[in-house]
Ligand binder design. Structure first.
Ligand code: DC
Length: 688
C-alpha cells in the first residue's frame, strides 16, 4: 500500500466486521533472531512483514544468514547458524548493520553478536535512523561490558551507533542489567544466554537491577525460547533473576506467529467507540502477548468484550434510548459513552496509547500511570499524545510518567502530527469517530508494524454502511442505472469511473505521462475534487462535461492499470460509504472496493448495443462521434480493463448478472431495486 503525504479521514459513522491480524511484531522479531541462532532449519508461518521485521531480516542476511523468502503463503525459511554467524567482518572491514528505528532489533542483536563473536572474532557496526541514535542503550552495553564484551559508542556515549569487536568473554556466571528503562535489554540477554552459557560451560544467571517494566514482554521472550528448546528458570528473591543452562537453541522445524495484540487494540477500540461489533482474529484467550490485557482495560471503560481461543470481539452495548450509528439515522452528537478510568499501564505500554484516544470518548477524565517508557520510544509519546489530544480540544495534564486526559465536549477538526511513530498514526485515526474531520500527516509511518492499517480500517468502516455495487463494462448503462437506483433508495451515489477520469484529466493538465505511475498516484491522492450532485469540480472548476469526452475515458482506462493509482483511489472511494447507504458503480466495486457489499450487480450488454448507446450519448451532448470507431475503441477498452493484472473487470462472486441489451433503463432499475429488497429482507429482516 502506497500512502500519500497526508490522508483525510472524514467523520466515521460506524464500524463492523472481522480483521485477520498481521503477525505479532514482538514474536516475529524474537523468532527470526532465535531461528538464526538455532541448530536446524525453521519455517516461520504468518511472520509479520513490516519495516521492523525487514531491518531484522536484512541485518541477519548481512551476517551471512541463509533466509529464503520466496514462499507465497508468507512463510519464511531460516537456515540456522547454530550460534555462529558466517559473516562477522573484521577490524578493517566491519560488517555494517542498519536497524532503522527498531529498538527490539538493536537490543536483541547486540547481545547475540557479542555471544556469537566471542567464538569467531570479527567486528560489526550497528546504526539506525536519527531517532534511534537518541534512544538509550547504556544499561545493556554496561551489562555486556561487565562480562568482557568490547563495545564502543561511535556517537554520543550511551546511545547507538555502536561498534562491537569479537573477543572471548570473561569467565563469570552472572550478568546484571537494569530493568527500569526498557525490558528489551533483558530480552536481548535472555536470547543470547544459551550461547553464553555454552562458552562458560555452566548456567548463566541474569540479575535484574531496579524495577522491571513491561514484564509481559519477558513472558513472550520466555515462551518463544521454550518453543526453541530453551528453558528459563525465574527466581524472585533475593532479587529478580533468570537462569539458563548451557543449551542448544534448536529449531522445532515449523513455528506459527500469533496475530499482533498491539495492532488488535485499534480495532477493539474502534468496536467500542464506533459501536461494532468488531472481531480481531489471531489473538485470544490462548495468546502469549501481554497486550491482550488491553481488552480488559477497554471493558473497564464500558465496552462489551467477548473472547474465543484465537479471537476477541468488542462492541458497545447501547442503552435503549441512545442513538446508534447502525440505526440508519445520521448521528451528529459526539459519542461520550465510555467511562474514564485510572489505570497503571506498566504492563501494556504500547496498547495504552490506544486508551489515551479512547479517553476522548469518555464522560469523565482518564489517568494513565506508570508509562515512563513512553518518553524513550519512537518519539516522546507522553509529549506527543498530549499535544495531539490538545489539538482535538482535550485538556491534558502530564507528569514524568503519567498523563491525564479531560475529554472535550466535542472534538475539533485537527491535522494530527505523527512524529514518525506508527502508533500515533493508528491510535489517533480513531478520533475520526468523533464527528470531526481528522487529517493524519505521514500515514505511511504505519509501515513499521502494520503497512495495511488504513486500508483495513477503511474497509471495516465501509462495512457499517449498506452498499450496492454495480460493475460492468463501459457504456453498459451502469452509471444511469446506479444513479437512478440511488435516488429510489435514498442512498448516496459514487461514480468511481469519474475518479479515474478526473485523475486522467488532472494528469493531462499537469503534462504527466500515462506511464508515470508514481506521479499519477500522487495526483490521484491529492487531486482536489468535489461532487455536487451531477456537477463535478476539479480544483473548484466545473469539469462535468470535460471528463465525459471519449479521449479522457480512454486515458482513464490507461491510468487505471497502475496498482499505485488504484491503491490511492481505494481509500477515497471507501470514504463515500455513508449512512443510510451507497450505490457505487465501476469495474471493481464488488471485487475490491466493497467486497462486503450487500448486493453486487454485474451489468452488461452486447458490444454493438453499448457502442450505439455511447454514440447517442455523445451526439446528445454535442460531441461528434463515429459509430464504427466507437465500437472498436470500446472493444479495446474492454480488453484492457478485463486483462489488467490488478482488479480486472469481471463479475464478483455472487453477483447478479443482468444483460441489458433488450431491456429499458426502467426495467433494469426495477430489477436492481427488487434484488436489493430481496437480499435486505434476507440479511436484516427489514426492507431498506
Ligand atoms: O466507467 P467509466 O467509463 O467512467 O470509467 C473510465 C475508465 O476508468 C475505465 O475504462 C476503467 C477505469 N475504471 C476502473 O478501472 N475502475 C473503476 N472502478 C472505474 C473505472
Amino acid at each position: 500500500m502506497i500512502y500519500p503525504k497526508t490522508i483525510l479521514l472524514s467523520p466515521r459513522q460506524g464500524i463492523t466486521g472481522e480483521v485477520v491480524l498481521p503477525g505479532s511484531k514482538s514474536i516475529s522479531n524474537r523468532v527470526l533472531l532465535l531461528a538464526a541462532l538455532a541448530k536446524g532449519t525453521t519455517r516461520i508461518k504468518r511472520l509479520l512483514r513490516s519495516d521492523d521485521t525487514e531491518v531484522m531480516i536484512r541485518a541477519l542476511k548481512g551476517l551471512g544468514m541463509n533466509i529464503e523468502e520466496n514462499d507465497p503463503d508468507q512463510t519464511l525459511t531460516v537456515h540456522g547458524s547454530a550460534g555462529v554467524f558466517a559473516n562477522t567482518g573484521s577490524q578493517t572491514n566491519p560488517v555494517k548493520l542498519f536497524v532503522g528505528n527498531s529498538g527490539l532489533t538493536i537490543r536483541t542483536l547486540l547481545p547475540a553478536l557479542v555471544a556469537s563473536m566471542a567464538k569467531t572474532g570479527g567486528c560489526a557496526e550497528i546504526s539506525g535512523v536519527a531517532r534511534m541514535h537518541e534512544r538509550p542503550i547504556k544499561d545493556l552495553v554496561e551489562g555486556l561490558r561487565a562480562i568482557g564484551a568490547k563495545i564502543e559508542y561511535l556517537g554520543k556515549p550511551g546511545f547507538p551507533p555502536l561498534r562491537i569487536e569479537g573477543v572471548p568473554l570473561l569467565p563469570k556466571t552472572e550478568i546484571s542489567v537494569r530493568g527500569d528503562t526498557s525490558s528489551q535489554y533483558l530480552t536481548g540477554l535472555l536470547q543470547a544466554a544459551p550461547i553464553i552459557a555454552k562458552h562458560w560451560g555452566q548456567a548463566v544467571k541474569i540479575e535484574v537491577e531496579g524495577e522491571l517494566i513491561s514484564q509481559p514482554y519477558i513472558e513472550i521472550t520466555c515462551a518463544v525460547l521454550q518453543k526453541l528448546g530453551v528453558k528459563v528458570k525465574r527466581e524472585t528473591s533475593p532479587k529478580l533473576a533468570y537462569q539458563i543452562e548451557p543449551t542448544d537453541i534448536s529449531s522445532p522445524g515449523e513455528l506459527a506467529v500469533e496475530g499482533d495484540a498491539s495492532s488488535a487494540s485499534y480495532f477493539l477500540a474502534a468496536g467500542a467507540i464506533g459501536h461494532g461489533p468488531v472481531r480481531v482474529v489471531g489473538v485470544g484467550q490462548e495468546s502469549i502477548q501481554g497486550d491482550i490485557q488491553f481488552a480488559h482495560a477497554l471493558e473497564k471503560m464500558g465496552a462489551c468484550i467477548e473472547w474465543g481461543p484465537d479471537w476477541i470481539e468488542s462492541s458497545w452495548d447501547k442503552p435503549a434510548s441512545a442513538p446508534h450509528a447502525m440505526d440508519g439515522d445520521m448521528v451528529h452528537a459526539m459519542p461520550h459513552h465510555l467511562k474514564g478510568v485510572d489505570l497503571d499501564c506498566n504492563a501494556i505500554p504500547d496498547a495504552a496509547m490506544t486508551l489515551a484516544v479512547c479517553a476522548l470518548f469518555a464522560s469523565n477524565p482518564t489517568t494513565l500511570r506508570n508509562i515512563g517508557s513512553w518518553r524513550v520510544k519512537e518519539t516522546d509519546r507522553i509529549a506527543a499524545v498530549a499535544a495531539e489530544c490538545g489539538q482535538l480540544g482535550a485538556r491534558v495534564e502530564t507528569g514524568d510518567d503519567w498523563i491525564r486526559i479531560h475529554p472535550p465536549e466535542s472534538l475539533k477538526p485537527a491535522a494530527i502530527q505523527t512524529y514518525d511513530d506508527h502508533r500515533m498514526a493508528m491510535s489517533f485515526s480513531l478520533a475520526a469517530f468523533g464527528n470531526a474531520a481528522i487529517r493524519i500527516d505521514d500515514p505511511g509511518c504505519v509501515a513499521k508494524t502494520y503497512p495495511e492499517y488504513f486500508e483495513v480500517l477503511s474497509s471495516l468502516c465501509a462495512q457499517a454502511v449498506p452498499v450496492l455495487a454495480i460493475d460492468g463494462p463501459t457504456a453498459s448503462g451502469k452509471g444511469t442505472v446506479a444513479s437512478l437506483v440511488a435516488a429510489e433508495l435514498g442512498f448516496g451515489y459514487l461514480d468511481s469511473g469519474a475518479l479515474y477520469r478526473l485523475t486522467a484529466l488532472a494528469a493531462r493538465q499537469a503534462a504527466v505521462s500515462a506511464e508515470d505511475e508514481q506521479a499519477l498516484a500522487s495526483i490521484a491522492t491529492e487531486v482536489d475534487l468535489e461532487f455536487l450532485g451531477q456537477t463535478i469540480l476539479l480544483d473548484g472548476v466545473n469539469v462535468s462535461a470535460a471528463i465525459r469526452q471519449e479521449e479522457i475515458g480512454l486515458a482513464a482506462s490507461r491510468v487505471a492499470v497502475h496498482p499505485a493509482v488504484r491503491g490511492a483511489l481505494l481509500l477515497r472511494q471507501r470514504d463515500f460509504a455513508r449512512l443510510p447507504g451507497l450505490v457505487a458503480d465501476g469495474r471493481d466495486m464488488g471485487t475490491v472496493v466493497f467486497p462486503q457489499a450487500r448486493l453486487k450487480v454485474f451489468l452488461t450488454a452486447t458490444p454493438r448495443a453499448r457502442a450505439e448507446r455511447r454514440y447517442k450519448q455523445l451526439i446528445d451532448n454535442g460531441f461528434s462521434a463515429n459509430l464504427d470507431g466507437l465500437s472498436a475503441d470500446l472493444e479495446a477498452r474492454d480488453a484492457r480493463d478485463a486483462s489488467r493484472a490488478v482488479a480486472p473487470l469481471k463479475p464478483a462472486s455472487g453477483a447478479v448478472v443482468i444483460d441489458s441489451t433488450i431491456l429499458s433503463i426502467d426495467e433494469v432499475v426495477q430489477a436492481v431495486v427488487n434484488a436489493w429488497h430481496q437480499v435486505s429482507v434476507k440479511q436484516t429482516g427489514q426492507l431498506t
